[in-house]
Write a protein that binds this ligand. Structure first.
Ligand code: GDP
Ligand code: MG
Length: 449
């Protein structure tokens, strides 16, 4: 696994204060091999490695972590990003029923998924109807009826006794008509979701695509879920591309993640098709199913759940210490422009309600003064402060008109922007000392409430 590969590299990194270019190369090489072994598509591997290298050699490295932890953190974050970041939810139609169409190869797990999805939706108060539009395999309709019964939902299937020639179960029946009638049935019986199970083939096949496209056109689905077996590795990408071009889809469902799938399919499919992975199937039982969480999948691919928790804790502790030091300083008179800048950057990093502000009494007021900080604002402030001499930063009172002109020229800002910043600094300092007076220094350090 990726974690086994990385473990070897980390032994070499132990004891080092920082990452050398050679360390980064060695790490990148191991990650590359691990990803290829996990069946990740080559273009995806390339892009991934480039991102890791760039970040590992960049300046964003956290002081809270040792080099090995930093690499794990970066790899983990890039994995999450490549897996889509956030979980995407189902989109429900404004006017019910919401039509969800399933597409994918035979054996991918569509029919099983139909049952899982129905059960899951029912658990959330929906009233799904399953539509059996796989008339290819002799047992497909019965199979859907079985999972429908397990899920406790109604199944719309062509009537085997019907000899009208339109809706015949089994080869020769018309899956498009069944799908259309299924949606009509859902409307009539007030089901708010329709799940259309379709036929697959063993391989990508023009007939299958044509049929799926016709069903799509007949039922105008709100979601088309491409169902893919995570065990098929590299083939997942070619299959996904064929379905994207032949039918199109709005989301991906990975099945058989309980097997020893190495995650390569997940990484590749998302990256190559751009469609979000929405659900994961992890067994044959209807309950073996959940929404897909990129962070959990990344942890699984990395195989380092405990290490990730440790990293998170180390960073939190570090941020808290940083915040406490800052809080102590705020209360003093020696609050400098460097502190001001550091604080803005910290706020930007933590978000307006994080860390420091959360620890301070009177946080509301403070937020108004300091948290109206957008990224450009922080950058501008940084530019201005960086054009000041160390003396000016430590003792802002000396910044007179001619110094302001020099700072403006140096930072590419106007004199009035420099004035604005200096004014804001003094306001902030005044507010802080008044707050310090109000609450006392000990309380400001965040130790008591
Ligand atoms: P379909 O042809 O796409 O409709 O696929 P099926 O739903 O009939 O599933 C094919 C086989 O895979 C069946 O034996 C299912 O029990 C099995 N299956 C489906 N999903 C999963 C899963 O997540 N894990 C495991 N282990 N088996 C699954
Ligand atoms: Mg099926």
């Amino acid at each position: 696994t990726l974690s086994d590969r990385l473990a070897g590299v980390f032994t070499g990194l132990r004891g080092k204060g920082r990452l050398s270019p050679a360390d980064i190369d060695a790490t990148a090489r191991e990650i590359r091999i691990a990803l290829l072994e996990a069946d990740v598509a080559l273009p995806v591997v390339r892009q991934f490695i480039a991102a890791i290298k760039e970040r590992a050699s960049g300046e964003e490295l956290s002081q809270a972590l040792n080099p090995a932890q930093q690499v794990i953190k970066i790899v983990n974050e890039e994995l999450i990003a490549i897996l889509g970041g956030e979980t995407r939810r189902l989109e429900f139609a404004k006017t019910p029923p919401t039509v969800i169409m399933l597409a994918g190869l035979q054996g991918a797990g569509k029919t099983t998924l139909a049952g899982k999805l129905a059960r899951w939706l029912k658990g959330q108060g929906h009233t799904p109807l399953l539509v059996a539009a796989d008339l290819q395999r002799p047992n497909a309709v019965t199979q859907l009826q079985v999972v429908g019964e397990q899920a406790g939902v109604t199944v719309f299937a062509p009537d085997p006794g019907n000899t009208s020639g339109v809706e015949i179960s089994g080869p020769g029946g018309d899956p498009v008509a069944v799908s259309r009638n299924g949606v009509a049935e859902a409307k009539a019986k007030l089901h708010d979701v329709v799940i259309v199970d379709t036929a697959g083939r063993l391989g990508v096949d023009a007939d299958m695509m044509q049929q799926a496209a016709s069903i799509r056109d007949a039922v105008d689905p709100d979601e088309i879920l491409f169902v893919v077996d995570a065990m098929i590795g590299q083939d997942a990408v070619t299959t996904a591309e064929a379905f994207r071009d032949g039918v199109g889809f709005t989301g991906v469902v990975l099945t058989k993640l309980d097997g020893d799938a190495r995650g390569g399919a997940a990484l590749s499919v998302r990256q190559v098709t751009g469609a979000p992975i929405m659900f994961a199937s992890t067994g044959e039982k209807l309950s073996d199913f959940d929404t897909f969480h990129p962070d959990r999948m990344a942890a699984r691919i990395l195989g380092m759940g405990d290490m990730l928790t440790l990293i998170e804790q180390a960073e939190q502790v570090f941020e808290q210490q940083e915040a406490e030091e800052m809080a102590a300083k705020l209360a003093g008179d020696d609050f400098t422009l460097d502190d001001f800048l550091q604080q803005m950057q910290m706020l930007k990093r933590m978000g307006p309600i994080g860390g420091l502000l959360g620890m301070l009494p009177g946080a509301g007021q403070m937020k108004e003064a300091l948290a109206n900080v957008d990224d450009r604002d922080v950058d501008r402030t940084a530019a201005i402060i960086q054009s000041m001499t160390p003396e000016e930063r430590a003792n802002p009172k000396i910044i007179n008109a001619s110094r302001r002109q020099r700072i403006a020229r140096g930072s590419g800002m106007t004199v009035s922007q420099v004035n604005g910043l200096v004014e804001r600094f003094f306001e902030a300092r005044k507010m802080m000392s008044s707050m310090a007076g109000q609450f006392g220094m000990r309380r400001l350090s965040g130790k008591s409430k």
